[in-house]
Write a protein that binds this ligand. Structure first.
Ligand code: SF4
Ligand code: SF4
Length: 621
């Protein structure tokens, strides 16, 4: 492994962690070396108790597991299980937002309101729910019920698939991969990968795409759309990012994880006068709520709440010694946090019944009493302020401004209400294409380097970049989410950004908000009368690590978008499987994966792809 990070604040805190003998993900990564070759290649199986079985990649040992499964079958089954787990995570998050809307509509969800009635009515109409003359609560209740149906649906296919271009929908039908219900595809994935069920790697991958599509055009889309109804559809907003957002003289609370339901309430509670008065009584000047990972993204998109960092900074935030409470819900929360928190005065507070952490204090969250729970948590943090060990406090200075909040609606607004200016710029070659750069951090690669190098290379070559997740936080920290970053763009993109006063890199939200990117891609394809795979667009996940990213990859490629991965997925042991994912998929889905660890070479692949698509559309490359 090369350098651990290119982020100044992270490097500073890594030095402090070393001085204080605190181990982080990077240390644990080093201890894991060399990582198991069978695991890296995806050719170990423990799907039944005759195993575990391993295939010898050099052809000198076993070529089959005890049941006779070969390398392609084993690697494909493992891949499908990763997709199912990722789709489950996004979709269960979506379900929680749906049930919160349902409770809010029944006036049973304390503190929640319907913030975007226009979106509520538009979505209801999309689902065929009558809206004329009806109260919003009534509409919301019916819409939430319809949405709940889509999880375990017994009729037809997912409603949101209708947003995709006709050609894409026809292809999904022809291939038999149009999802028939979110939960159903995940359950079927687990069934198929059971010992002795689906052993054909092509058939397994096709179901992997269907499972992924049930996430992208199902669970994730529900999470996004229903969060907008409840918390408001994001609009451009300014805020600050990186560990420098923590405040020396304030109670610092970090909300980390994924779901906005509790964190929205914590933001509200932290503004209440009695809690602010309590903070002053305990010697603090105020209460500073900051985000981390995708909870951070949800809050920054809607409120401009400062974001303390991305995935690999969760432990480092505690190493500052200045965090009174880290409040976690679900996903991407390292179990190691409890040990790091123990070295300082920090309270690690878990809140979800689905995610308990030994060593953390558990304050159960329930949407029916959300505001009360949020107040309790803020109070715990405030009461903890006097316990801060001043001699251990060191907050890095690094804090960079960002502009985020580019929902589809906000993009349309910036364009003057129609996609035409964007289409004209693409046709004229001012903007060569659009690339989605998304995903996590991973200690296998230098933190943030892939995100920044790839993004910079793309905008320099007039490719508009849209982002979500930890990739977007990386770019926020580097100043690429500011309109001024247009100076780093090629002349065409720069002129468009300066005219519209937008950054060349648009932050579209958390990982579930990749559904917003699908909506934009579908709208552009529909406007041009083509399929998504005909567009000069591409996807990239330079530093991905999560199973959720595997699900995202499946639905993005399944939707027709060429996608470059920066860390190698565990499939290379199945040679035919790898060939299918990187080449064969192109003939079937009109898109495939590429793997390229070097971000500049990854950019070249994307630029070549965009040029080829432009040529095929009759546009100047
Ligand atoms: S399913 Fe087959 S390959 Fe997997 S552990 Fe059982 S016998 Fe081995
Ligand atoms: S981008 Fe990856 S690491 Fe970051 S919050 Fe999303 S899934 Fe977690």
């Amino acid at each position: 492994m090369g350098e651990k990070s290119i982020d100044r604040a992270s490097l500073e805190m890594l030095k402090k962690a070393a001085r204080e003998e605190i181990t982080t993900a990077w240390d644990r990564f080093a201890k894991q070396q060399p990582q198991c070759g069978f695991g890296l290649l995806g050719i170990c199986c423990r799907n039944c108790n005759m195993g575990p079985c391993r295939i010898d990649p050099f052809g000198e040992g076993p070529e089959e597991g005890i049941c006779g499964a070969g390398a392609d079958t084993i690697a494909a089954r493992n891949l499908l299980r990763m997709i199912a787990a990722g789709a489950a995570a996004h979709s269960d998050h979506g379900r929680d937002i749906v049930t919160t809307l349902y409770a809010a509509a029944q006036s049973e969800a304390q503190g929640y309101q319907i913030k975007d009635e226009v979106k509520l009515r538009a979505l209801a109409a999309e689902f065929g729910i009558p809206v004329e003359g009806r109260a919003r609560e009534e509409i919301a209740r019916d819409l939430a019920r319809e949405a709940m149906e889509e999880f375990g649906m017994v009729k037809g296919t997912l409603q949101f698939l209708n947003r995709a271009p006709e050609k894409r929908r026809a292809l999904w039908q022809k291939l038999g991969i149009a999802p028939r219900g979110i939960d159903r595809e995940i359950v079927e994935a687990m069934h198929r990968t059971n010992m002795g069920v689906d052993n054909d790697h092509v058939n397994i991958v096709l179901h992997g795409v269907r499972t992924g599509l049930s996430d992208g055009w199902g669970g994730s889309m529900f999470a996004t759309e229903f969060s907008d109804i409840l918390f408001g559809t994001p609009q451009p907003v300014r805020g600050k990012s990186n560990l420098g957002v923590l405040k020396e003289n304030q109670v610092n609370i970090i909300v980390h994880g994924h779901e906005p339901t509790l964190s929205e309430m914590i933001v509200l509670a932290a503004r209440e006068e009695d809690l602010l008065a309590l903070a002053r009584a305990r010697g603090a000047e105020g209460i500073n709520v900051c985000g981390m990972c995708c909870t951070g993204n949800e809050l920054l998109m809607r409120h401009g709440v400062p974001v303390a960092g991305n995935f690999l900074q969760q432990e480092l935030a505690l190493v500052t010694g200045a965090v009174e409470a880290m409040v976690v819900d679900v996903q991407c929360v390292m179990p190691a946090l409890a040990r790091v928190a123990d070295c300082y005065h920090t309270k690690l507070i878990s809140t979800s019944p689905k995610a308990r952490f030994p060593g953390a204090e558990h304050v159960p969250f329930d949407e029916h009493t959300a505001l009360e729970t949020a107040r309790k948590i803020v109070q715990i943090a405030v009461e903890n302020y006097p316990n801060r060990k001043q001699e251990l406090v060191e907050i890095p200075e690094a804090a960079m401004e960002y502009v985020a909040g580019f929902s589809v609606e906000a993009i349309l607004q910036a364009l003057g209400g129609t996609l035409n200016p964007l289409l004209d710029a693409i046709k004229a070659g001012q903007i060569k294409g659009i690339a989605a750069v998304v995903g996590c951090n991973n200690p296998k690669t230098t933190q943030d380097r892939g995100h920044l190098a790839l993004t910079r290379e793309l905008i320099k070559n007039d490719v508009l970049v849209v982002q979500t997740g930890c990739a977007a936080i990386a770019c926020a920290k580097a100043g690429l989410l500011l309109p001024e970053a247009a100076a780093e763009a090629g002349p065409g993109l720069r002129a468009v950004c300066e005219a519209l006063k937008v950054p060349p890199v648009l932050h579209m939200g958390s990982c579930v908000d990749i559904s917003r990117i699908l909506v934009v891609a579908a709208a552009v394809a529909n406007a041009l009368g083509v399929d998504i795979c005909d567009l000069p667009v591409a996807g990239a996940a330079p530093e991905w690590m999560s199973e959720k990213a595997v699900s995202i990859g499946a639905y993005v490629v399944g939707s027709g978008v060429f996608t470059v991965l920066g860390t190698v997925p565990p499939v290379l042991g199945g040679k035919n499987l790898a060939e299918l994912l990187t080449r064969g998929a192109q003939d079937v889905l009109g898109a495939a994966f590429a793997v390229e660890e070097d971000p500049v070479r990854a950019a070249s692949l994307i630029l070549a792809h965009i040029a080829a698509k432009r040529r095929a559309l009759g546009l100047e490359p």
